[in-house]
Design a protein around this ligand. Structure first.
Ligand SMILES: [Zn+2]
Length: 420
């Protein structure tokens, strides 16, 4: 009797009897999902791979909604909780407005709107539902972290990400992989993931070979140039009550991360050298950067080093202290807006490529390579009519503003030592 030994997944809960009300809602949601599926299948011939593909594309919306209903059913207490005792000081707390949070799981996004408690005494906030659900502090929950992490400890991050996406339909960015793996092996240090000095030098020779100027090496701090969310991920789908992004919300992921990357600019592509995102604070970031410096991993004499960051002051202080000769590039908003727009239409399907292109282009513009950038733009193969018009617009903008874009020659950035 095999069946007797199989454990129903909710045997451990006392309260899961899906009652009429919940069942009715689930059926409604199923209807909503069928509408989405219809949209997805629109214009298809009906080959099996199209049918399977259509369901695969949309099934997370359905299973995510089912999870939401079960959470509501099983945790009505935490969802409606009005009072709690502070676990630290024992003070009686009253709930504040509910706060919404969407977590990502292997079966889809799950939206939670739960009461929040704040203890003034301890300066600490509490979400009883999160605790009851044993949520991870990350947007991606334990199941995803476990699956992605175990892949990424076996194969390179880039590869792991592709495999993960192909197998699960979920995206996980390189650096989330890094973070997750970081949790798995907590003692890993930035120097453990760094290439050797020889390897770095080899890449510099490869990228810089036969060129007049030393190659541009960029140190980019995470949080700079947030890619904007593609239009396709916004808005309502037919029959859907709640607005929800179709894809994982990668904007948030970039946003939350602290960390840095070193890479070489090779035309409008970039050649990764090192990335490190397993830092929790500015202080840790600075320490990790110092380790890279002290290990002599970045041969400053062989590159034109450039730091790209957003407006945060602390990072400039750190950069100045560690790499005083580097050119500091601010993600200045106007030009960057133009770059983002084009990257979105040209590479929107590949956010990493978009990001790379933006950063490489910014760095090159700062190193007076605007002619090269314009040359590249004029030869870019537009992905769509929209991309074509954005390329034309940006080319025109750069030609017109060549002098103004060229910050270094204008002396607005006085870092010196950036040429041969
Ligand atoms: Zn307290």
């Amino acid at each position: 009797m095999i069946s007797a030994s199989i454990h129903a997944p909710w045997d451990d809960f006392s309260g899961l009897k899906i009652n009429e009300g919940v069942r009715e809602r689930l059926h409604e949601q199923f209807d909503v999902w069928l509408n989405m599926l219809e949209d997805e299948m629109d214009g298809k011939e009906g080959k099996l791979d199209e049918i399977v593909g259509g369901i695969f594309e949309t099934h997370q919306e359905l299973t995510g909604m089912i999870a939401e209903s079960l959470v509501e059913k099983l945790h009505s207490k935490e969802l409606e909780q009005k009072e709690m005792v502070c676990p630290k000081c024992g003070r009686e707390l009253r709930s504040r407005d509910k706060v919404e949070r969407t977590v990502e799981t292997m079966i889809g996004p799950v939206k939670l709107k739960r009461p929040y408690f704040w203890c003034k005494n301890c300066s600490e906030g509490f979400y009883p539902l999160d605790k009851a659900l044993n949520l991870s502090g990350r947007k991606k929950q334990w199941d995803i972290q476990k699956a992605g992490g175990s892949l990424a400890t076996e194969i390179p991050y880039k590869k792991a990400k592709e495999q993960f996406k192909g197998l699960t339909g979920l995206s996980m960015s390189d650096h989330t992989m890094h973070e997750v793996v970081g949790d798995i092996c907590k003692d890993v240090d930035v120097l453990d993931v760094a290439p050797s000095v020889e390897e770095v030098k080899r890449k510099i020779r490869e990228v810089g070979g036969g060129k007049k100027w030393r190659p541009i090496m960029v140190l980019a701090t995470a949080g700079a140039h947030l890619p904007t969310r593609p239009e396709s991920a916004k808005g309502k789908r037919r029959g859907r009550k709640k607005v929800r992004a179709k894809r994982a919300n990668w904007k948030g992921e970039w946003n939350e991360a602290k960390g840095f990357r070193f890479y070489l600019v090779d035309g409008d592509r970039i050649e990764h050298i090192l990335s490190w995102h397993q830092v929790q604070s500015n202080k840790e970031l600075k320490e990790s950067l110092k380790k890279v410096k002290e290990a002599g991993l970045i041969p400053e004499e062989e590159v034109r080093l450039c730091v790209i960051a957003d407006g945060a002051r602390w990072i400039w202080k750190v950069a100045k202290e560690i790499y005083p000769k580097a050119v500091k590039v601010l993600d200045y908003y106007h030009l960057s807006e133009h770059l983002h727009k084009l990257a979105e239409v040209q590479y929107g399907h590949n956010p990493e490529r978009a990001q790379e292109w933006i950063e490489a282009t910014l760095a090159r513009l700062f190193f007076r390579e605007s002619s090269g950038v314009i040359w590249g733009l004029e030869r870019m193969k537009p992905r769509s009519a929209e991309a074509k018009s954005e390329i034309d617009r940006l080319t025109g903008y750069l030609k017109e503003n060549r002098d103004r874009v060229d910050y270094i020659s204008k002396g607005r950035i006085s870092c010196g030592e950036w040429r041969n």
